[in-house]
Design a protein around this ligand. Structure first.
Ligand code: KIV
Length: 272
């Protein structure tokens, strides 16, 4: 019997070790095979197949229309592209509404994509759901603060933890999710001092987005990082490239060349 090579993929233990060593954890979203491969080659620790898929790839106004089939389709492609990063897939709106529904959703996602973990949005009330999945051996990332699946309940996208009551509820939620067994928690658009306080109070990693530098790691929507979108990115995301301009320039050059005198004159080579 030939010995199987040991997988080089990072695990939740590696992610915890990064946090314990004080090394920032780098996470980005990806929705396709090529991007996932490029992020993997760049040394990213975790890839999130976020339901931001709905906004940045599928053109929906919110994440609510994203289905589990959408997530599976894209997460499977990401898993085929990245062999080192730990891959986390979002359970989309309505698929983690109670522990048993969430368990069925998570099992389906893990079996059909090859990803290693799921992410669930929600505060302290999501803790029993997290506990149920963890008990079945499924790593779960929590997500508190600005939880886009609850946009209609929240009444918009804004910073969380400004009042002391809200701050206390967020601290309690983070502690409850950790107690339930979450391996990490996304803190989205929290008051930075509160995000830092939660990070100090937890023993698991916090992954911030728009919540300041005091988290154990950071996550960004990859399109916001590379400047690939039809709308400007949120103010906390500073693009490191302008891929939208590169695409526009290349496509305009192609159109101009094809429709110009040279293009009209040239004949396609015949296929032999
Ligand atoms: O769906 C997503 O991309 C997310 C991140 C913004 C954390 O949940």
């Amino acid at each position: 019997m030939s010995a199987k090579p040991v997988s080089a993929r990072l695990t939740i233990r590696n992610i915890q070790a990064l946090r314990d060593a004080g090394e920032p954890i780098a996470m980005l979203t990806a929705y396709d095979h090529v991007t996932a491969g490029l992020l993997d080659q760049s040394g990213i620790d975790m890839i999130l197949v976020g339901d931001s898929l709905g906004n940045v790839v599928l053109g929906y106004e919110t994440t609510l229309p994203v289905t589990i089939e959408d997530m599976i389709h894209h997460a499977a492609a990401v898993c085929r592209g990245a062999s080192r990063a730990l891959i986390v897939t979002d359970l989309p709106f309505g698929t983690a509404s109670d522990p048993e529904t969430a368990l069925r959703s998570a099992v389906t996602v893990l079996q059909r994509t090859g990803c290693q973990a799921v992410k669930i949005e929600g505060g302290a009330t999501a803790a029993p759901t997290v506990a149920r999945l963890v008990e079945q051996g499924i790593p779960v990332m929590g997500h508190i603060g600005l939880t886009p699946q609850a946009v209609n309940q929240l009444g918009g996208y804004y910073r969380h933890g400004k009042s002391s009551a809200d701050a206390e509820a967020l601290i309690a939620a983070a502690l409850a999710l950790q107690e339930a067994g979450a391996f990490a928690i996304v803190l989205e658009v929290l008051v930075p001092e509160l995000a830092a306080e939660i990070t100090r109070r937890l023993t698991i990693p916090t992954i911030g987005i728009g919540s300041g530098a005091g988290c154990s790691g950071q996550v960004l929507v990859v399109n916001d990082l590379i400047g690939l979108g039809l709308e400007p990115p949120p103010s906390f995301a500073v693009p490191k490239a302008d891929v939208a301009s590169v695409i526009r320039q290349a496509a305009s050059a192609y159109v101009a060349e094809l429709k110009g005198p040279q293009g009209k004159a040239s004949k396609e080579p015949s296929i032999v």
